[in-house]
Ligand binder design. Structure first.
Ligand code: MRU
Length: 349
C-alpha cells in the first residue's frame, strides 16, 4: 500500500493524549521547490492557510476547517461548556468565509457544530476532546472514502491506459490517495502500468506544481502539458479517459471543479473519450438543484498578471478570474464516489 501524503494533520503535544494538539499543514504554495509546514492553532492563520491555498482541494479544506474548529474548542477548554460552544460557533462562522465553492468546507463545519451542540457532556475539556476526535474522524473517513473511490475507479482501468487529469485531485487535495488520482494509485498496486497527462492548470499551476510532483513521488509515469495542449493530445489518440475531481456536485449531477475542467469535458466529448468525475459523497450538495446554484470563487487579478512574482501582463489591464467552472451533467460519463460508479442522473441526494 502506498505511503500517504498527509497535507493536513493534527499533532498532539504528547503521544498519549490528542489534546493539546496543533494543526500541521503542508504549505502547498511552496511545492514543488520546498516542503515546509505551517504549525498553528491560530484561527486567523488557519483561515489564511485555506484562503491562500496552503491547504487546498475540497476534501483537505474540509479537514483543515474541522481541525480549525477543534483548535478553537481546545482554546476554550479551560472554561465552561458554553464557552466551548461559543468558540465553536465563532470558528465555524469565521472559517466558512475563507472560500466559497468547495462544499466540503461547509459540510465539515456543520458536522463539527452539530456534534458540539448535540454532545451531552457538561465538561468543557471533555467536549473539546470530543471535537478533536470528531475532526480526526473526518480525516480518517476521508482517507477511507478516497481508498474506496480508488478501488471503484481502478476497475475501469486496464494495463497500459493513459489518463488525462486537470488541477490536483490527488493525495495533496485530500487526507491521502486523492479522488481523481486514487484509481491510478490503486491500479499501480494491482500491477497495472498507467500513464498520466497532467494539465498544468493556469493560473496557479496545481497540475504542474502538485499533480506532477505527487505522481513522480509515487513512481507513476506522468507527462506535463499546458492547458491549451489537451485538444491536440486527445486528437493524437493519446488519452483513454479523463479523471477529474470536484468541489461541489449539484443534485442533477452538474459538477464544479477547477477552472478549465468544463473545457476539458467538451474536448473529451468531441473526441469520444469518457469523462469521469471522482469525489466523496461529502462533495454532493443536495441544496444545489443544478450547477447554477454553485457559488464560483473569483480570485485576485495578480494571480493572472503576476503569478509567482513575475509580471506577465501590462499593469492596470482588466482581469476576470473565476477559479472554478461547472461541467454540465450531460458531459459526464459517470460520477465515482465511495458508494460506487453512477450516471450523474442517478446520484443519491
Ligand atoms: O483551488 P483549488 O486548488 O482548491 O482547486 C482544487 C480543485 O479544483 C480540485 O480538483 C477539487 O477540489 C477536488 S480535490 C479532490
Amino acid at each position: 500500500m502506498m505511503k500517504h501524503i498527509r497535507p493536513i494533520d493534527w499533532i498532539p503535544a504528547q503521544p498519549d493524549s490528542i489534546m493539546p494538539g496543533t494543526l500541521h499543514i503542508l504549505d502547498q504554495t511552496l511545492l514543488p521547490n520546498e516542503t515546509r509546514f505551517v504549525d498553528t492553532t491560530d484561527q486567523a492563520a488557519i483561515w489564511n492557510a485555506i484562503k491562500i491555498l496552503q491547504v487546498r482541494g475540497a476534501p483537505a479544506i474540509g479537514v483543515a476547517a474541522a481541525m480549525g474548529v477543534a483548535a478553537a474548542a481546545q482554546a476554550a477548554a479551560g472554561g465552561r461548556r458554553d464557552d466551548v460552544l461559543a468558540a465553536v460557533d465563532f470558528s465555524a462562522d469565521y472559517l466558512a468565509t475563507s472560500r466559497p465553492t468547495a462544499v466540503n468546507l461547509f459540510w465539515a463545519l456543520e458536522r463539527m457544530r452539530r456534534h458540539a451542540h448535540a454532545s451531552t457532556t457538561t465538561d468543557a475539556a471533555e467536549l473539546a476532546t470530543e471535537l478533536v476526535q470528531e475532526a480526526i474522524a473526518i480525516r480518517d473517513e476521508d482517507l477511507a472514502m478516497c481508498r474506496t473511490i480508488g478501488e471503484h475507479g481502478a476497475a475501469l482501468l486496464t494495463d497500459g491506459d493513459t489518463i488525462l487529469t486537470h488541477c490536483n485531485a490527488g493525495g495533496l487535495a485530500t487526507s491521502g490517495y486523492g479522488t481523481a488520482l486514487a484509481p491510478i494509485y490503486v491500479a499501480q498496486e494491482q500491477g497495472k502500468n498507467l500513464h498520466v497527462y497532467a494539465d498544468e492548470t493556469r493560473p496557479l499551476l496545481q497540475g504542474a506544481r502538485l499533480t506532477a510532483w505527487e505522481l513522480m513521488q509515487a513512481g507513476i509515469d506522468v507527462t506535463l502539458i499546458c492547458d491549451n495542449m489537451a485538444a491536440q493530445v486527445m486528437k493524437e489518440g493519446r488519452i483513454d479517459a479523463v479523471f477529474v475531481g470536484a468541489d461541489r456536485i449539484a443534485a442533477n449531477g452538474d459538477a464544479a471543479n477547477k477552472i478549465g475542467t468544463y473545457g476539458v469535458a467538451l474536448l473529451a466529448k468531441a473526441h469520444a473519450i469518457p469523462f469521469y468525475v471522482l469525489a466523496p459523497t461529502s462533495t454532493i450538495d443536495p441544496d444545489a438543484a443544478t450547477g447554477d446554484a454553485i457559488p464560483i470563487e473569483e480570485r485576485g487579478a495578480e494571480e493572472i498578471t503576476e503569478g509567482f512574482g513575475r509580471r506577465t501582463a501590462p499593469a492596470g489591464v482588466k482581469v476576470y478570474a473565476p477559479a472554478f467552472d461547472v461541467t454540465p451533467a450531460e458531459l459526464i460519463t459517470a460520477i465515482i464516489t465511495e458508494d460506487g460508479i453512477c450516471r450523474p442522473s442517478t446520484i443519491h441526494v
